[in-house]
Design a protein around this ligand. Sequence first.
Ligand code: PEP
Ligand code: MN
Length: 263
Amino acid sequence: LVSRKKKPEDTVVTIKGETIGDGGQSFIVGPCAVESFEQVAAVAEAAKKQGLRLLRGGAFKPRTSPYDFQGLGVEGLKILKQVADEYDMAVISEIVNPADIETAVDYIDVIQIGARNMQNFELLKAAGSVRKPVLLKRGLAATLQEFMNAAEYIIAQGNDQIILCERGIRTYEKATRNTLDISAVPILKQETHLPVFVDVTHSTGRRDLLLPTAKAALAIGADGVMAEVHPDPAVALSDSAQQMNIDQFNEWINELRPLVQAK
Ligand code: PEP
Ligand code: MN
């Protein structure tokens, strides 16, 4: 069902009136993890000033180490909803447990399925059963075929509101946290009718690469770019090495704006 052979026209994903996949290019920004109302609101205010409407923030954090900050859970989702209401933005947050989806849909506008859960089939089925857009990230070492099959699990349940997100894959290269597979974008756009985003933060793990990789994503025809922004990355409870602060975010978006395809 995700194949372009079955459906030649692009699928447009609508998030609170904002459309993705209709030729324009959008941004999803926000902190790695929700830490407090003030922290999320500071990023929302900056993003809103730049005309962005899609805000991210992790409440359930799938951390590599069990001793790292695990996120605020439902409390974090509540903060996201408060901020979304105050700034009239849409919020995207990762859900890791199928049992949390029912609760989450009351607070968030897009369900994110993270790289580590790309083949959590019960989670994919649960996300397919609700009527909420899903942002599906490519698995840490998933082939594009496996990635498309994961999306198939969601659409097979009747939910076609899926955004695919390339976020880098594991290779032998150590210069970046993961290796951004930029050619995944045109391949996924040829093979499927779904919109494709590029997460420049988790693919590179390097703040100095956020601008050139975002340029590459826009140039190669991605439907949008995701990046992490934190008011004070140095004290962030996760991913402090690669989040932009507000000034860096403003510079970044101003550099990218002339390259963005308008609808
Ligand atoms: C995230 O976007 O918050 C995240 C954890 O990314 P990934 O699942 O791609 O590692
Ligand atoms: Mn992160």
